[in-house]
Write a protein that binds this ligand. Structure first.
Ligand SMILES: Cc1cc2nc3c(=O)[nH]c(=O)nc-3n(C[C@H](O)[C@H](O)[C@H](O)COP(=O)(O)O)c2cc1C
Length: 203
């Protein structure tokens, strides 16, 4: 099974990237996922959507083709979304806008929201409301909100406080749930019910 993690901060050294690396480590070492692909939007240059995307210009061949193939090969997505101004950062919204070729269609997704303080609810609501219509991504009911992020998930090999234990347990549980969905949803994608040619865009 292959799982892609996308981390949505614009910052090169972000807490979202830290959380993404933590998740990658758990998926590989504890859940024995054979392939984990990490896309850190703070370090990987992906242009803002422009009309060239429709024409598949050289810019998009270079910047997006590899990402698109990796997503297509993945069975599930983890989206690490920092709360910025009570919103999802623009690069992460842009990422979902670019997934217009059914790369994520009928695949399960886990939202992991991140806040430096006690926020983190807004990215969950925003992603649940606005990222699935044309991608056909299916967010699973469980999501994770990592609050006071600087104090937790700093070391995948150890537990450093009660809060750290609480969020590590919760995260591991949700990753396990995601993997069960990922296995089950393979048969949905191969069933002849799904018709993405006729119904390419959601209503
Ligand atoms: C532009 C900006 C806006 C932010 N707005 C919020 C916010 O609305 N709520 C919140 O809980 N944290 C907010 N934060 C703090 C982030 O939660 C904090 O930076 C955290 O580490 C996650 O972001 P990161 O992945 O970029 O590190 C903001 C941070 C930035 C850079």
């Amino acid at each position: 099974m292959k799982i892609t993690i996308v981390t949505g901060s614009h910052r090169t050294q972000s807490q979202s990237k830290k959380v993404g690396n933590f998740i990658a480590s758990k998926l590989e070492k504890e859940l024995r996922i054979s392939e984990v692909n990490l896309i850190d939007l703070g370090n990987q240059h992906i242009p803002e959507w422009n009309e060239g995307k429709w024409q598949n210009t050289d810019e998009w061949q270079q910047a997006w083709k590899g990402v698109s193939i990796a997503l297509r090969e993945s069975d599930a997505l983890v989206a690490v979304a920092p709360e910025w101004g009570g919103m999802v950062p623009p690069k992460l919204k842009n990422f979902f806008l670019l997934c217009d070729n059914h790369e994520l269609a009928h695949k399960p997704g886990l939202i992991v929201a991140v806040s430096a303080s006690r926020g983190g609810a807004y990215p969950v609501v925003e992603l649940r409301m606005g990222s699935y219509k044309n991608t056909h991504l299916v967010w699973i009911p469980d999501h994770v909100i990592v609050r006071n992020v600087e104090t937790v998930l700093n070391d995948p090999q150890s537990v450093q406080s009660d809060d750290d234990k609480h969020i590590q347990d919760r995260l591991l549980y949700s990753l396990n749930v995601l993997c069960v969905y990922a296995e089950s949803m393979k048969s949905i994608r191969t069933s002849d019910v799904i018709d993405l040619k006729r119904y390419s865009y959601g209503m």
